[in-house]
Design a protein around this ligand. Structure first.
Ligand code: FMN
Length: 378
């Protein structure tokens, strides 16, 4: 099992939908989060992409030399980048980071935002372009020479000269819940991502995608993107969840829901249907809370509970075939520590930091100026 964290390039704070408890989000802050991710046993972090975010490639590049192990999940955007340039950016990043790049293929689900960036295709045409893009990108990134003439792309002798560290190229991750997105995922990518839907819906998606991939002679890995609100007891966790939306007013919910309704993203539509803009009944399946989606696009659900319960809910997803969790929590620095502290000892993680307990933390503060505090039974 792997857990990734999230670098909040569109703002961060203690409460949703308000400036109360908001904080300055700048390079020094992101560096603190990245270094926490690097040290605590996370595999890496997702950097989101879009007009509400600072640029993910530039931020990821600036964090490489401040970190040692963490991997950066950064988006390529078919239709907004040429496959050759995207392959070259990926290879350079993979080389300077020593093979720490993961790629998120983001076709995009907001026609208004995409039109602002000069892309005017409808939903399915964007995905047909994505199919052509990935066909070419994979050839170029693997070190081959690409010649391709399709409906959207016309490439003559596309290539890179400096190879990737990871072979044949950095892993391709992908989120997209529409039928055409799923067909493309089955054909091209390595890891299929879903936002945090209830286990029964995730199970359906996985079964369907496994079938599509098998028909292509391929296999996929699966990941899920969720927030997590873990506290020492169930009641503290639910208090924290309710606290997160205590300043959200009806106007902020209505504005957000209107903005998400104009999108043509099937994934976003599925997230919206989990709560339909209502504060009632936000626990949509045991310990899965849809309150964040009232005002946040994309990932709108959180696992809420005490550490054993959250670990058990993760295990349920793992039993369905999910091996990767992309988590976040507000504020992202403190919660990166809290999640690692409370949850990681209960998870079968691939890459927990190996330390000599007597020499390095975690041990707490020295007691009575002379001894380490007693180890608690986990
Ligand atoms: N879309 C963005 O515009 N920026 C992102 O950073 C982004 N990250 C995503 C992360 C995950 C885990 C998932 C599941 C989706 C993400 N998306 C993002 C949206 C998808 O890439 C896709 O563009 C959108 O869901 C529309 O496709 P669909 O209609 O097939 O769902």
């Amino acid at each position: 099992m792997q857990v990734l964290w999230f670098i909040p390039t569109h703002g961060d704070g203690r409460y949703l939908g308000t400036a109360i408890g908001g904080r300055s989000v700048n390079f020094d802050y992101w560096r603190q989060i990245a270094q926490a991710v690097d040290q605590l046993g996370y595999t890496g972090a997702l950097l989101p992409t879009g007009r509400s975010c600072e640029d993910a490639w530039i931020l990821a590049s600036s964090l490489v030399t401040h970190t040692k192990k963490m991997r950066f999940l950064v988006a390529i955007r078919p239709g907004l980048m040429s496959p050759g340039i995207a392959a070259r950016m990926a290879a350079t990043f993979d080389r300077i980071s020593g093979g720490r790049l993961l790629i998120n293929v983001v076709t995009g689900g907001d026609p208004v935002e995409l039109a602002g960036d000069g892309l005017h295709l409808n939903h399915d045409d964007r995905y047909k372009l994505t199919d052509e893009f990935l066909t070419v990108w994979r050839e170029i990134a693997a070190g081959e020479v690409a010649n391709f003439e399709g409906d959207y792309l016309n490439i003559k002798e596309g290539k890179i000269l400096f190879p990737n560290v990871q072979k044949p190229y950095p892993p391709l991750w992908f989120g997209g819940s529409s039928p055409i997105a799923q067909e493309i995922a089955a054909k091209h990518v390595d890891v299929y991502l879903t936002w945090g839907e209830p286990p029964a819906q995730v199970a359906e998606k996985i079964t369907y995608l496994q079938r599509l991939a098998a028909a292509e002679g391929r296999t996929l890995r699966f990941g899920i993107r969720l927030h997590v609100i873990v506290r020492e007891t169930e009641s503290l966790a639910w208090e924290a969840a309710n606290d997160l939306i205590r300043y959200v007013d009806e106007d902020a919910i209505a504005k957000s829901q209107q903005a998400y309704a104009r999108m043509d993203s099937v994934g976003q539509q599925r997230m919206k249907e989990l709560h339909n803009g209502s504060r009632e009944a936000l626990e949509i399946s045991p310990n899965l809370w849809a309150g964040i989606g009232l005002v946040r696009g994309g990932a709108g659900t959180a696992l809420v509970g005490d550490p054993d319960t959250v670990a058990r809910r993760m295990e349920e997803y793992a039993d369905l075939g999910i091996d990767t969790f992309i988590f976040s929590g507000y504020p992202h620095l403190e919660e990166a520590y809290r999640v690692a502290e409370l949850l990681f000892p209960r998870l079968p993680l691939d890459n927990l930091p190996t330390v000599e307990p007597q020499l390095l933390s975690p041990f707490g503060e020295i007691v009575a100026n002379r001894e380490f505090p007693k180890q608690q039974v986990k």
